[in-house]
Design a protein around this ligand. Structure first.
Ligand code: WQD
Length: 339
């Protein structure tokens, strides 16, 4: 198939790009490189030994979108592009609504003009908000508690209304839990700008010596060891989930929302232990106050992905950590290492 990836140079986008190239699809990437490095695309090209189109563009530029849609003629879109830092979204809500929500509207209008009717959307478990029950299944009420999560919720609702305008339209809403890990080659991985917000890249930077200590945000939660519990999923398992979802919407119309998670919870201390086991490096800890906005624990009910498109995670926690460690060891400063 001819597939357009928005945000295809990003962490999840680049890993999905690689798998789709290896499956012999034709790919085109749009990325404004506001939170991604062009070097990531060069590495995917080398790893896949495949050519693909890529454009330094924002989805807000409808003129550029029309040019790209006219020349590439995509049969489907996987939409990763968007701002994604929860804390930042509290400080800059309008930027998040403009880039994520208005940007998606521009993308959908361009799709309509090009008669492209299939889209996989990068949504997030943050749409569920405070758990009424756990694990979250797809029927759980949607009540996001921060502007970032609300942009994902609003986009899901926009996509449901967009799908109703044409019986041939197909939409897959993929609700990610906590993506971690890197391609086993160590050539691509997560390269956050500035101080990492997320746990795994922070641990990796402590292990490589870029950060002195890991702050554990709260060890007084009502969880087995007092630290926050999350559902971590290897980014390559996540990428494989996108390929399966894409195949599904090739044969089905309408809208489905699907969790992509491992279906089990892992605490901060359990993650640290797994990383130390995988890397052989000990991670110094500082027990700090809880981080505002953090939920104590959540994890996915992942059964719908299994029944709908026969997908489930395959990689273990230690593999997630070993792959991150290989990426970070080979690239101590991420893609910035490239001379
Ligand atoms: C995980 C656990 C922290 C950093 C966020 C977004 C979500 C998605 C993934 C975009 C929590 C603890 C973390 C640190 C710590 N992003 N922690 N010290 O908050 O579950 O999810 O990232 O789609 O939308 O909400 O992930 O990795 O930030 O935190 O103790 O330095 O690690 O308290 O319990 P989170 P996280």
């Amino acid at each position: 198939m001819r597939i357009l990836l928005t945000g295809g140079a990003g962490y999840i986008g680049s890993h999905t790009l690689l798998q789709l190239l290896q499956q012999q699809h034709e790919l085109c990437v749009i990325d404004n490189f506001s939170n991604a490095a062009p070097e990531a695309l060069s590495r995917v090209a080398r790893l896949s030994n495949r050519h693909f189109e890529h454009h330094d563009a924002t989805i807000l530029d409808s003129g550029r979108l029309d040019e790209i849609f006219d020349s590439f003629q995509p049969e489907a879109v996987i939409h990763f592009a968007g701002l994604k830092a929860v804390g930042e979204s509290d400080l800059k809500p309008l930027s998040y609504y403009e880039e994520n929500v208005f940007g998606t509207i521009q993308l959908l209008k361009a799709m309509d003009r090009a008669k492209c009717r299939r889209i996989v959307f990068s949504s997030s478990a943050t749409v569920y908000g405070t758990p009424h029950y756990l694990p979250y299944n797809e029927a759980h009420p949607l009540a996001p508690i921060n502007p970032y999560g609300r942009t994902k919720y609003f986009i899901e609702e926009i996509l449901k209304d967009w799908a109703k305008t044409d019986a041939e339209k197909a939409v897959m809403l993929l609700r990610y839990f906590n993506p971690v890990g890197a391609h086993p080659s160590g050539a691509i991985g997560e390269d956050p700008m500035g101080v990492p917000n997320n746990l795994m890249p922070f641990i990796a930077q402590v292990a490589i010596g870029r950060r002195p200590v890991l702050n554990v945000f709260g060890n007084d939660y009502d969880t087995p060891d007092g630290t926050g519990v999350r559902d971590y999923i290897h980014v390559d398992d996540l990428a494989r989930g996108h390929a399966a979802a894409l195949d599904y919407i090739t044969h089905h119309t309408g809208v489905e929302a699907v969790n992509l998670g491992a279906g089990k919870g892992v605490s901060v201390l359990e993650m640290v232990k797994a990383f130390e086991q995988a890397s052989g490096v000990s991670i110094p800890l500082h027990f700090a106050p809880r981080r505002p906005g953090d939920l104590p624990q959540f994890w996915a009910d992942a059964t719908k992905a299994k029944t709908l498109f026969n997908w489930e995670v395959e990689k273990s926690l230690v593999e997630m950590c070993a792959d991150v460690w290989r990426w970070q060891s080979q690239n101590p400063h991420g893609y910035g290492d490239e001379t």
